[in-house]
Design a protein around this ligand. Sequence first.
Ligand SMILES: [Fe+2]
Length: 400
Amino acid sequence: MFIKLFSRLYQFGLKLFVLVFPFPKPKLYQGSEGLQDWAKTIKDKGETKLLLVTDETLVNLGVINPVIAALENEQISYSLFSQVQPNPTIANVEHGLQQYLDNQCQAIVAIGGGSVMDCAKLIGARAVKPKKSVKQLKGLFKILKKLPPFYAIPTTAGTGSETTIVAVISDPEVQQKYAVTDLVLAPKAAILVPELTTGLPGHITATTGMDALTHAIESYIGNNATPFTKKRSLVACKLIFVNLPKAYANGSDTQARLAMLQGSFYAGEAFTRASVGYVHAIAHQLGAIYNTPHGLANSVILPKVLRWYGKSVVRKLAEISDHCALASPSKTATEKAQGVIELIESMNQEMAIPNQLSEVQNQDIDQIVDAALKEAQLDYPVPKFMEKADCRGVVEKLVA
Ligand SMILES: [Fe+2]
C-alpha cells in the first residue's frame, strides 16, 4: 500500500516536472524537399563539417545515399562513422567520439533506427563532457550541457528516438543495459524522409509501427498524460491506424511511409513526456531474456494488457476510437474500447504478427513478472496497478 502511494506521488512529481520545464521540441523537416531545406539551413549556419552516424547495413543498402546527395549538393563535408552495432556499446560511442574529434566536426547527424540515434546522442554527450565516462552519465540529468548541433534522420517509423530525451547503451563488460536521460539529448531537428523507409521489409514495418502505436496508446491511457501529450497521442493513433496497413501492403507508398514517420514522431513526443506502461515493462524483459525484437514483443503484448486493464481504460480507449472515427457514435464507451482492442488484434493478424511468442518458456515466467513489475513500479504512471498474479496471467497468454 505504502509503495503504491509513494509511486503515485513520485509519478505526480514527474508530471509536474514535465509541466514546469518545457521539453525541447525538435524542428521538423519533411519529405525530400525538407531534406534539401535542412541541408541549406545547416550550411547557412556554418555547420559544414559533420559526423554522420549510421550502421553498415544502411550504408550497404544505400539507404543513406539521399542524405549524402543532399549534403554534397550544398558542399557540406562529412566523416562517416558506420560502426554502430544493433545494441550500441560504450566502445561504439568512444570510437565515434574519437572520429568526431579527429575530424574537428561541428555537428552530429544520426541516420538510422533507435540504436544509431542512441549512439549518436551519447557521442554528442561525451563531446561536451570529456571528463565523464558514459557510465558516469547513467541516470537522470548528468549532462546538463548543450550538445553540439544534433540532427536525427530516422530510417524506421517506430522508436520515436528522433524526439526523445533518452539514450540506451549496452555495457558488455557487466552485461547491462542502462539509460542516460537528459533534456539536452533531444535532437535539434528531425528530418522525416519517407524514401529512406520504402525498402523496409514488411515484418519490420509492421512491428516498428506497432511499437509507435504502443507509445501513443500507453502515453494516452497513463496518468501522466498532459493536454499536449494527449493531442500528440491522438494524432499519432489516427496516423498509424490509417497508414500502417497501407505501408505494410505497399512498401513503396511514400504517403503512407511519411504518415508513419509522423505518427512515430508524435507518439515519441507524447511518451517521452508521459511515459509508457506495462506493455513496455513486459516487452523489455523478453528483449533481455530472449532477444525478442522490441516492436514484435509490444505488438503481441499490447492487446493482452489492454484487455487486462478492463474498465480502467474504457473511457480513454473510447476517446481514441472517437478521435479516429473507428466506431459509430451510437455505440457505448465499452463497445468502442472493445473495438480498439479488436482492431489492434486484427491488424496484428493481417500483418502476420503472431498471437503468442514461441520463445517464452513457462519456467521463466516468474523472472519476467518480477522484473516487469519492478521496472514499472516507480516510473510508469499506469492506469491500474498489476499484482503478481495479474502480470502472470498476461505473460502466460504469451506462451505458445
Ligand atoms: Fe517502444
